[in-house]
Design a binder for this molecule. Structure first.
Ligand SMILES: *Cc1c(COP(=O)(O)O)cnc(C)c1O
Length: 376
Protein backbone atom coordinates (compact mmCIF):
# COMPACT_ATOMS: atom_id res chain seq x y z
CA UNK A 1 0.00 0.00 0.00
CA UNK A 2 1.22 3.47 -0.82
CA UNK A 3 1.15 5.65 2.29
CA UNK A 4 -0.82 8.86 2.06
CA UNK A 5 1.56 11.80 1.79
CA UNK A 6 0.06 15.21 2.18
CA UNK A 7 1.31 17.41 -0.64
CA UNK A 8 0.30 20.68 0.95
CA UNK A 9 2.21 22.93 3.30
CA UNK A 10 -0.05 24.11 6.09
CA UNK A 11 -0.47 27.88 6.53
CA UNK A 12 1.07 28.70 3.15
CA UNK A 13 -1.32 30.06 0.55
CA UNK A 14 -1.81 27.23 -1.91
CA UNK A 15 -2.34 27.92 -5.61
CA UNK A 16 -5.58 27.32 -7.40
CA UNK A 17 -6.35 23.66 -8.00
CA UNK A 18 -8.31 21.88 -10.71
CA UNK A 19 -10.54 20.53 -7.94
CA UNK A 20 -11.93 23.94 -7.07
CA UNK A 21 -15.53 24.70 -7.99
CA UNK A 22 -16.22 27.82 -10.03
CA UNK A 23 -17.74 29.46 -6.95
CA UNK A 24 -14.52 28.96 -4.99
CA UNK A 25 -12.37 30.21 -7.90
CA UNK A 26 -14.32 33.46 -7.94
CA UNK A 27 -14.35 34.09 -4.16
CA UNK A 28 -12.55 36.99 -2.49
CA UNK A 29 -12.65 35.93 1.19
CA UNK A 30 -12.79 38.33 4.12
CA UNK A 31 -9.50 38.92 5.91
CA UNK A 32 -10.06 39.21 9.67
CA UNK A 33 -7.75 41.24 11.88
CA UNK A 34 -4.69 39.42 13.06
CA UNK A 35 -4.99 37.10 16.11
CA UNK A 36 -1.31 36.84 17.00
CA UNK A 37 0.06 33.87 18.91
CA UNK A 38 2.56 36.09 20.75
CA UNK A 39 2.00 36.89 24.45
CA UNK A 40 2.17 40.37 25.99
CA UNK A 41 0.89 42.17 22.94
CA UNK A 42 -1.39 45.15 23.36
CA UNK A 43 -4.11 44.06 21.02
CA UNK A 44 -6.19 46.98 19.78
CA UNK A 45 -7.01 45.65 16.32
CA UNK A 46 -10.23 43.62 16.35
CA UNK A 47 -12.59 45.51 18.68
CA UNK A 48 -12.82 42.89 21.39
CA UNK A 49 -13.87 44.09 24.84
CA UNK A 50 -10.99 44.78 27.24
CA UNK A 51 -12.77 43.26 30.26
CA UNK A 52 -13.81 39.65 30.89
CA UNK A 53 -17.45 38.62 30.49
CA UNK A 54 -19.91 38.44 33.38
CA UNK A 55 -18.81 35.88 36.01
CA UNK A 56 -22.28 34.39 35.62
CA UNK A 57 -21.25 33.25 32.13
CA UNK A 58 -18.53 31.06 33.66
CA UNK A 59 -20.91 29.68 36.28
CA UNK A 60 -23.44 28.78 33.61
CA UNK A 61 -20.83 27.07 31.42
CA UNK A 62 -19.38 25.14 34.39
CA UNK A 63 -22.86 24.11 35.39
CA UNK A 64 -23.63 22.88 31.88
CA UNK A 65 -20.41 20.87 31.85
CA UNK A 66 -21.28 19.30 35.20
CA UNK A 67 -19.00 16.80 36.91
CA UNK A 68 -18.18 14.68 33.92
CA UNK A 69 -19.35 16.62 30.87
CA UNK A 70 -21.92 13.92 30.14
CA UNK A 71 -24.34 16.46 28.71
CA UNK A 72 -21.92 17.09 25.87
CA UNK A 73 -22.94 13.66 24.54
CA UNK A 74 -26.24 15.17 23.58
CA UNK A 75 -27.00 17.61 20.79
CA UNK A 76 -27.92 21.11 21.92
CA UNK A 77 -31.41 22.55 21.44
CA UNK A 78 -31.51 23.23 17.68
CA UNK A 79 -33.71 26.28 18.29
CA UNK A 80 -31.78 27.63 21.30
CA UNK A 81 -35.16 28.52 22.80
CA UNK A 82 -33.76 29.56 26.20
CA UNK A 83 -31.53 32.10 24.50
CA UNK A 84 -34.27 33.40 22.23
CA UNK A 85 -36.46 33.89 25.31
CA UNK A 86 -33.72 35.73 27.22
CA UNK A 87 -33.12 38.06 24.25
CA UNK A 88 -36.87 38.60 23.73
CA UNK A 89 -37.27 39.51 27.39
CA UNK A 90 -34.30 41.90 27.37
CA UNK A 91 -35.71 43.85 24.41
CA UNK A 92 -39.41 43.43 25.27
CA UNK A 93 -40.29 41.70 21.98
CA UNK A 94 -41.95 38.37 21.22
CA UNK A 95 -39.51 35.47 20.84
CA UNK A 96 -40.95 34.79 17.37
CA UNK A 97 -39.05 37.95 16.39
CA UNK A 98 -35.64 36.55 17.41
CA UNK A 99 -33.12 34.58 15.33
CA UNK A 100 -29.83 33.36 16.80
CA UNK A 101 -26.64 32.24 15.08
CA UNK A 102 -22.99 31.32 15.44
CA UNK A 103 -21.73 34.88 15.68
CA UNK A 104 -23.46 37.71 13.88
CA UNK A 105 -21.32 36.99 10.83
CA UNK A 106 -23.29 33.78 10.38
CA UNK A 107 -26.55 35.63 10.99
CA UNK A 108 -25.49 38.16 8.32
CA UNK A 109 -24.59 35.37 5.88
CA UNK A 110 -28.09 33.89 6.23
CA UNK A 111 -29.60 37.36 5.78
CA UNK A 112 -27.78 37.81 2.46
CA UNK A 113 -29.02 34.43 1.26
CA UNK A 114 -32.57 34.68 2.62
CA UNK A 115 -33.52 38.33 2.32
CA UNK A 116 -31.04 40.30 0.19
CA UNK A 117 -30.57 38.03 -2.82
CA UNK A 118 -33.02 39.37 -5.40
CA UNK A 119 -32.88 40.49 -9.03
CA UNK A 120 -31.74 43.96 -8.06
CA UNK A 121 -28.60 45.37 -6.45
CA UNK A 122 -28.43 45.98 -2.73
CA UNK A 123 -27.03 49.23 -1.32
CA UNK A 124 -24.40 49.79 1.35
CA UNK A 125 -21.89 52.58 2.07
CA UNK A 126 -18.54 52.68 0.24
CA UNK A 127 -16.78 52.72 3.61
CA UNK A 128 -18.28 49.97 5.74
CA UNK A 129 -17.88 46.48 7.18
CA UNK A 130 -15.80 44.72 4.54
CA UNK A 131 -17.66 41.42 4.98
CA UNK A 132 -20.69 42.74 3.05
CA UNK A 133 -19.08 42.62 -0.41
CA UNK A 134 -17.66 39.19 0.51
CA UNK A 135 -21.15 37.78 1.15
CA UNK A 136 -22.27 39.37 -2.12
CA UNK A 137 -19.51 37.43 -3.86
CA UNK A 138 -20.40 34.18 -2.10
CA UNK A 139 -24.14 34.37 -2.82
CA UNK A 140 -24.05 36.21 -6.15
CA UNK A 141 -25.73 39.36 -4.88
CA UNK A 142 -25.20 42.51 -6.94
CA UNK A 143 -24.42 45.67 -4.97
CA UNK A 144 -23.87 49.40 -5.28
CA UNK A 145 -21.49 51.08 -2.84
CA UNK A 146 -22.96 54.49 -1.97
CA UNK A 147 -20.26 57.08 -1.14
CA UNK A 148 -20.41 58.50 2.36
CA UNK A 149 -20.03 62.29 2.66
CA UNK A 150 -16.59 63.86 3.02
CA UNK A 151 -16.92 63.67 6.82
CA UNK A 152 -17.95 59.97 6.55
CA UNK A 153 -21.55 60.66 7.53
CA UNK A 154 -24.33 58.72 5.82
CA UNK A 155 -27.08 60.67 4.04
CA UNK A 156 -30.41 58.80 4.33
CA UNK A 157 -31.64 60.41 1.09
CA UNK A 158 -29.00 58.38 -0.82
CA UNK A 159 -30.78 55.15 0.14
CA UNK A 160 -33.89 54.73 -1.93
CA UNK A 161 -35.12 53.10 -5.20
CA UNK A 162 -34.04 54.45 -8.61
CA UNK A 163 -30.43 53.41 -7.82
CA UNK A 164 -30.67 50.04 -9.52
CA UNK A 165 -32.04 48.81 -12.82
CA UNK A 166 -35.71 49.79 -13.23
CA UNK A 167 -35.27 51.87 -10.12
CA UNK A 168 -35.39 48.71 -8.03
CA UNK A 169 -33.13 47.77 -5.18
CA UNK A 170 -32.78 44.37 -3.56
CA UNK A 171 -32.15 45.62 -0.01
CA UNK A 172 -30.08 47.92 2.17
CA UNK A 173 -27.49 47.11 4.83
CA UNK A 174 -25.23 49.27 6.98
CA UNK A 175 -23.73 49.13 10.46
CA UNK A 176 -24.84 51.68 13.05
CA UNK A 177 -22.50 52.95 14.40
CA UNK A 178 -20.68 52.44 11.11
CA UNK A 179 -17.48 50.41 10.96
CA UNK A 180 -14.66 51.31 10.72
CA UNK A 181 -15.56 54.99 11.17
CA UNK A 182 -17.52 54.74 14.45
CA UNK A 183 -19.98 57.38 13.22
CA UNK A 184 -23.54 57.08 14.51
CA UNK A 185 -26.74 57.69 12.58
CA UNK A 186 -29.64 58.97 14.70
CA UNK A 187 -32.75 56.80 14.97
CA UNK A 188 -34.82 59.33 13.00
CA UNK A 189 -32.49 58.87 10.00
CA UNK A 190 -32.83 55.07 10.24
CA UNK A 191 -36.61 55.42 10.29
CA UNK A 192 -36.42 57.67 7.22
CA UNK A 193 -34.54 54.95 5.29
CA UNK A 194 -36.93 52.22 6.46
CA UNK A 195 -40.00 54.32 5.51
CA UNK A 196 -38.62 55.25 2.09
CA UNK A 197 -38.08 51.58 1.18
CA UNK A 198 -41.18 49.61 2.22
CA UNK A 199 -40.58 46.96 -0.48
CA UNK A 200 -37.11 45.90 0.54
CA UNK A 201 -35.44 44.77 3.73
CA UNK A 202 -33.29 47.29 5.60
CA UNK A 203 -30.67 45.58 7.77
CA UNK A 204 -29.10 47.62 10.58
CA UNK A 205 -25.97 45.89 11.89
CA UNK A 206 -25.74 47.15 15.48
CA UNK A 207 -22.52 45.38 16.49
CA UNK A 208 -21.40 48.52 18.37
CA UNK A 209 -24.67 50.19 19.35
CA UNK A 210 -24.23 49.52 23.08
CA UNK A 211 -21.29 51.94 23.21
CA UNK A 212 -23.34 55.05 22.66
CA UNK A 213 -26.19 54.57 20.19
CA UNK A 214 -29.92 53.96 20.42
CA UNK A 215 -31.01 50.59 19.12
CA UNK A 216 -33.53 50.46 16.28
CA UNK A 217 -35.16 47.35 17.79
CA UNK A 218 -38.29 49.24 18.96
CA UNK A 219 -38.86 50.29 15.33
CA UNK A 220 -39.24 46.62 14.36
CA UNK A 221 -42.63 46.69 16.12
CA UNK A 222 -43.86 49.18 13.50
CA UNK A 223 -41.95 48.22 10.32
CA UNK A 224 -42.05 44.74 8.79
CA UNK A 225 -39.02 45.49 6.56
CA UNK A 226 -36.52 46.29 9.32
CA UNK A 227 -34.07 43.72 10.65
CA UNK A 228 -31.64 44.60 13.46
CA UNK A 229 -28.51 42.49 14.01
CA UNK A 230 -26.56 42.25 17.29
CA UNK A 231 -23.52 40.35 18.49
CA UNK A 232 -22.24 39.24 21.89
CA UNK A 233 -18.68 39.63 20.60
CA UNK A 234 -18.18 43.29 21.40
CA UNK A 235 -20.28 44.75 24.23
CA UNK A 236 -20.76 41.39 26.02
CA UNK A 237 -17.06 40.40 25.91
CA UNK A 238 -17.80 37.06 24.23
CA UNK A 239 -16.09 37.11 20.83
CA UNK A 240 -14.71 33.65 21.66
CA UNK A 241 -18.14 32.11 22.28
CA UNK A 242 -19.58 33.04 18.83
CA UNK A 243 -23.13 34.25 19.39
CA UNK A 244 -25.13 36.76 17.37
CA UNK A 245 -28.80 37.44 16.79
CA UNK A 246 -31.30 39.28 14.65
CA UNK A 247 -34.60 40.88 15.65
CA UNK A 248 -37.40 41.68 13.20
CA UNK A 249 -40.85 40.72 11.93
CA UNK A 250 -41.58 36.97 12.36
CA UNK A 251 -41.78 36.57 8.56
CA UNK A 252 -38.18 37.80 8.22
CA UNK A 253 -37.11 35.50 11.06
CA UNK A 254 -38.82 32.54 9.38
CA UNK A 255 -36.79 33.18 6.21
CA UNK A 256 -33.60 32.98 8.28
CA UNK A 257 -34.79 29.78 10.02
CA UNK A 258 -35.39 28.19 6.62
CA UNK A 259 -31.82 28.92 5.51
CA UNK A 260 -30.36 27.89 8.87
CA UNK A 261 -32.27 24.60 8.81
CA UNK A 262 -30.95 23.94 5.32
CA UNK A 263 -27.37 24.50 6.44
CA UNK A 264 -26.68 23.53 10.07
CA UNK A 265 -29.35 22.55 12.59
CA UNK A 266 -27.10 23.21 15.60
CA UNK A 267 -25.20 26.46 15.05
CA UNK A 268 -24.98 27.17 18.79
CA UNK A 269 -23.40 24.58 21.05
CA UNK A 270 -24.55 23.85 24.61
CA UNK A 271 -21.91 26.04 26.24
CA UNK A 272 -22.64 28.97 23.94
CA UNK A 273 -26.38 28.81 24.64
CA UNK A 274 -26.10 28.84 28.44
CA UNK A 275 -23.21 31.33 28.43
CA UNK A 276 -25.09 33.72 26.18
CA UNK A 277 -28.23 33.52 28.33
CA UNK A 278 -26.19 34.38 31.44
CA UNK A 279 -24.53 37.33 29.64
CA UNK A 280 -27.85 38.73 28.44
CA UNK A 281 -29.33 38.41 31.93
CA UNK A 282 -26.49 40.22 33.73
CA UNK A 283 -27.61 43.75 32.95
CA UNK A 284 -25.55 45.40 35.72
CA UNK A 285 -22.23 43.91 34.55
CA UNK A 286 -23.05 44.84 30.95
CA UNK A 287 -23.89 48.46 31.76
CA UNK A 288 -20.83 48.89 33.93
CA UNK A 289 -18.42 47.50 31.32
CA UNK A 290 -19.93 49.57 28.49
CA UNK A 291 -19.66 52.74 30.56
CA UNK A 292 -16.04 52.03 31.39
CA UNK A 293 -15.19 51.63 27.69
CA UNK A 294 -17.04 54.86 26.83
CA UNK A 295 -15.13 56.80 29.51
CA UNK A 296 -11.80 55.42 28.26
CA UNK A 297 -12.77 56.25 24.66
CA UNK A 298 -13.42 59.88 25.55
CA UNK A 299 -10.15 60.13 27.48
CA UNK A 300 -8.15 58.51 24.65
CA UNK A 301 -9.76 60.79 22.07
CA UNK A 302 -8.70 63.86 24.05
CA UNK A 303 -5.14 62.54 24.44
CA UNK A 304 -4.80 61.78 20.71
CA UNK A 305 -6.16 65.20 19.80
CA UNK A 306 -3.48 66.72 22.03
CA UNK A 307 -0.92 64.84 19.92
CA UNK A 308 -2.35 66.41 16.77
CA UNK A 309 -4.59 63.54 15.61
CA UNK A 310 -7.94 64.15 13.99
CA UNK A 311 -10.39 61.73 15.60
CA UNK A 312 -13.84 61.05 14.09
CA UNK A 313 -16.70 61.25 16.61
CA UNK A 314 -17.18 57.63 17.75
CA UNK A 315 -20.15 55.87 19.32
CA UNK A 316 -18.31 52.54 19.21
CA UNK A 317 -15.59 50.72 21.19
CA UNK A 318 -12.96 51.95 18.77
CA UNK A 319 -11.85 55.25 17.31
CA UNK A 320 -10.85 56.16 13.78
CA UNK A 321 -7.99 58.63 13.76
CA UNK A 322 -5.48 60.20 11.41
CA UNK A 323 -2.46 62.41 11.86
CA UNK A 324 -1.92 65.16 9.30
CA UNK A 325 1.89 64.72 9.32
CA UNK A 326 2.32 60.98 9.73
CA UNK A 327 1.52 58.15 7.34
CA UNK A 328 -0.97 55.74 8.91
CA UNK A 329 0.62 52.56 7.55
CA UNK A 330 4.01 53.62 8.90
CA UNK A 331 2.54 54.48 12.29
CA UNK A 332 0.84 51.06 12.43
CA UNK A 333 4.13 49.37 11.56
CA UNK A 334 6.07 51.35 14.14
CA UNK A 335 3.47 50.53 16.82
CA UNK A 336 3.70 46.84 15.86
CA UNK A 337 7.43 47.00 16.59
CA UNK A 338 6.50 48.24 20.06
CA UNK A 339 4.11 45.27 20.48
CA UNK A 340 0.95 47.32 19.99
CA UNK A 341 -1.36 46.29 17.17
CA UNK A 342 -4.00 48.55 15.65
CA UNK A 343 -5.91 48.11 12.38
CA UNK A 344 -4.97 49.83 9.15
CA UNK A 345 -7.03 49.42 5.95
CA UNK A 346 -5.32 49.80 2.56
CA UNK A 347 -8.44 51.27 1.03
CA UNK A 348 -9.08 54.51 -0.86
CA UNK A 349 -10.38 57.36 1.33
CA UNK A 350 -9.34 55.71 4.62
CA UNK A 351 -5.73 54.66 4.05
CA UNK A 352 -4.49 57.51 6.24
CA UNK A 353 -6.59 56.38 9.22
CA UNK A 354 -5.90 53.99 12.06
CA UNK A 355 -8.72 52.09 13.71
CA UNK A 356 -7.87 51.74 17.38
CA UNK A 357 -9.88 49.48 19.69
CA UNK A 358 -10.53 50.90 23.15
CA UNK A 359 -8.42 48.83 25.54
CA UNK A 360 -8.04 49.16 29.30
CA UNK A 361 -6.94 52.54 30.68
CA UNK A 362 -3.43 51.19 31.09
CA UNK A 363 -3.27 49.79 27.52
CA UNK A 364 -4.46 53.14 26.16
CA UNK A 365 -1.87 54.99 28.25
CA UNK A 366 0.88 52.76 26.81
CA UNK A 367 -0.44 53.48 23.32
CA UNK A 368 -0.40 57.23 23.91
CA UNK A 369 3.17 57.07 25.26
CA UNK A 370 4.28 55.05 22.23
CA UNK A 371 2.65 57.49 19.81
CA UNK A 372 4.11 60.47 21.63
CA UNK A 373 7.58 58.92 21.27
CA UNK A 374 6.97 58.20 17.57
CA UNK A 375 5.67 61.56 16.49
CA UNK A 376 7.76 63.54 18.93
C1 LIG B 1 -17.54 42.46 14.70
C2 LIG B 1 -18.61 42.74 13.70
C3 LIG B 1 -19.51 41.75 13.30
C4 LIG B 1 -19.30 40.28 13.61
O1 LIG B 1 -19.41 39.91 14.83
P1 LIG B 1 -19.42 38.37 15.25
O2 LIG B 1 -20.67 38.25 16.02
O3 LIG B 1 -18.19 38.21 16.07
O4 LIG B 1 -19.43 37.51 14.02
C5 LIG B 1 -20.55 42.10 12.48
N1 LIG B 1 -20.69 43.35 12.01
C6 LIG B 1 -19.83 44.32 12.33
C7 LIG B 1 -20.02 45.69 11.79
C8 LIG B 1 -18.75 44.04 13.19
O5 LIG B 1 -17.85 44.98 13.45
Amino acid sequence: MIPFRPTFTPFVKTPMSRFWSQVVRDLTPYVPGEQPKIANLIKLNTNEHPFPPSPRVLDAIRNELGEDGARLRLYPDPNADLLKQAIAKRYAVDSSKVFVGNGSDEVLAHIFMALLKHDAPILFPDITYSFYPVYCGLYGVEYRAIPLAEDFSLNPADYRGQQGQNGKIGGIIFPNPNAPTGRLLPLAAIEQIVCANPDCVVVVDEAYVDFGGDTAIPLTERYDNLLVVHTLSKSRSLAGLRVGYAIGHPALIEALERVKNSFNSYPLDRLAIVGAVAAIEDEAHFQQCCHAVIATREALTAKLEELGFTVLPSAANFIFARHPQHDAAELAKALREKNIIVRHFKQARIDQFLRITIGTDSECATLVDALRALIG
